[in-house]
Design a protein around this ligand. Structure first.
Ligand code: NAD
Length: 486
């Protein structure tokens, strides 16, 4: 069913670069077939991209912001017009369902819409600080910046950074995930079609090596990273040791605390959707459910809901054979250690797609907090149920996680919900919500080992990350001098 795509290329100075690199195959996870190839770029390619972005920066940053965002108004219309094609591409290169892929592109559109509103959000400040003396503050861009993306949202995660950073006057180099690099070539084409000047947006493909070059490159002022915690730490340390501004988002282990008074149907459908959406490959996915007291009826309903989730129908594939083996390994180890697999997604096969990488929805009960499946990021459609005697024990289990992206509580009690909102150690909290993503204009970002650096990556907080403040003090009238402060 998969169509082959053109070979992925770097995009520098408004043009796709010629081949001549070592390449690796791009595999469609739905059926295991090769659909394209991606170049592994080196220092020379990055030098070229930084040079192109530096040249473009002078004129791009000088255009008034109200004019710069006109590109994104046009770009938003182009995304809307091509929604179906872009969703199909995301579905094929990432393996998520068409419905999820469509939602992903819709989210990219919302992120672009936010960037269009930036002129309304960044007026500076001015105050007469002493007689005849004014101070003003303006948000100025940083220069050439880089954005490094993961595999799980090939279209949306690049849009966490591209529209805001560029609308704010920066020029950008995007390094997509080498597992899903095709969407970024379409993003480049569409930004050009929207009228973005050559060099303002560039794509340099590759793997670890090019990420290291980005962290070391003296021409890059800021680096944003989204990916696993292990690599987020490496990138954050390397980029900041080279005196760059860095924001590095890492992995997650999100807890849902379920109380006996939770609405059974709503809770069951939310838990099942949260753990299985995008085959569990979301940094906001529910991964551990902490059941407080007797929640057996709700667990039965979660199993009923999980039973309606069918690989190849309303459940996509995971990204690779290695990911499938890792996820299934966690399930097997937990079972060996005494956990009870209520719904088993191992060895899932989709008829006609036998070489695809599928894991069915999996519900495991009686998981102990010290098991690997309870502590580590599984990144698959698996929910581990940990039993707690009371709310304080549940909070203690949530708080002991190294991560801190999201946490949710399911209850009808305002007091209990308030308690979890206060005590959970996570940046994004849900009350009766399985995937508590803050939508624009609110910002996205976790705590603890889920994020390194200040600011969040989207919404208003990202404006601080992509700009620096210029403070200007002015005096025009000599007679204004009253004291040493003027
Ligand atoms: P990853 O860390 O393996 O890769 C992310 C990027 O880093 C890719 O572009 C990759 O090429 C590069 N990279 C890989 N190894 C590297 C190395 N050794 N040195 C330098 N760069 C390297 O992540 P992934 O598997 O693509 O994505 C899944 C992870 O991303 C999960 O952990 C998920 O939780 C996380 N994620 C987090 C958020 C968030 O908002 N916190 C959002 C999406 C995904």
């Amino acid at each position: 069913m998969t169509s082959a795509f053109k070979d992925v290329k770097n995009f520098i100075s408004g043009k796709f670069s010629k081949n001549g690199h070592e390449t690796i195959p791009v595999i469609c996870p739905l059926n295991g077939e090769k659909i394209s190839s991606v170049p592994l770029s080196g220092k020379r390619d990055l030098d070229e991209a930084v040079d192109s972005a530096s040249k473009a920066y002078g004129s791009w940053s000088n255009i008034p912001v109200k004019e710069r965002v006109q590109v994104f108004y046009r770009y938003k219309t182009i995304l809307e017009k091509n929604l179906k094609e872009l969703a199909e591409l995301t579905h094929i290169e990432n393996g998520k369902t068409m419905e999820e892929a469509t939602a992903e592109i819709e989210k990219s559109i919302e992120l672009t819409e936010f960037a269009c509103s930036i002129p309304q959000l960044i007026p500076g400040e001015v105050l007469e600080v002493s007689a005849g003396v004014e101070c003003r503050i303006e948000h100025k861009p940083l220069g050439v910046v880089a954005s490094i993306a993961p595999f799980n949202f090939p279209h949306m995660v690049p849009h966490w950074t591209i529209p805001n950073a560029i609308a704010l006057g920066n020029c950008m180099i995007l390094k997509p995930s080498e597992q899903v690099p095709i969407s970024s070539n379409r993003i480049a084409e569409m930004l050009k079609e929207a009228g973005l000047p050559d060099g303002v947006f560039n794509v340099v493909n590759g793997d670890r090596k090019i990420v290291e070059e980005i962290c070391d490159h003296p021409g890059i002022r800021a680096v944003s990273f989204v990916g696993s915690t292990k690599i987020a730490k490496i990138v954050y340390i390397r980029a900041t040791s080279n005196l760059k501004r860095c924001l590095a988002l890492g992995g997650a282990k999100n807890h849902l605390i379920v109380l006996p008074d939770a609405h059974p149907e709503m809770t069951a459908s939310n838990v099942a959707a949260s753990m299985s959406g995008c085959a569990g490959q979301r940094c906001m996915a529910a991964s551990a459910m902490v059941g407080v007291g007797n929640v057996d009826d709700i667990i039965n309903k979660i199993c009923e809901e999980a039973g309606k989730i069918i690989p190849g129908k309303n459940l996509g594939s995971v990204i690779s054979k290695a990911a499938k083996e890792r996820i299934e390994g966690y399930i097997t180890d937990a079972e060996k250690q005494g956990a009870k697999v209520l719904i088993d997604g191992r060895n899932a096969v989709v008829k006609g797609m036998e070489n695809g990488f599928y894991v069915g929805p999996t519900v495991i009960d009686f998981v102990k907090p010290d098991m690997a499946i309870a502590k580590e990021e599984v990144f698959g459609p698996v929910i581990s149920i940990i039993r707690a005697n009371d709310l304080d024990e549940a909070i203690q289990i949530e708080n002991s996680s190294e991560y801190g992206n999201a946490a949710s509580v399911f209850t009808q009690s305002g007091g209990a919900a308030r308690y979890v909102m206060e005590k959970a150690s996570a940046g994004m909290i849900g009350v009766n919500i399985g995937v508590p993503v803050p939508r624009e204009p609110f910002s996205f970002g976790g705590w603890n080992e889920s994020k390194f650096g200040v600011c969040d990556i989207t919404g208003k907080s990202s404006i601080e990350f992509w700009t620096q403040q210029k403070k200007t003090t002015t005096k025009w009238n000599p007679e204004a001098r009253k004291n040493w402060m003027s």
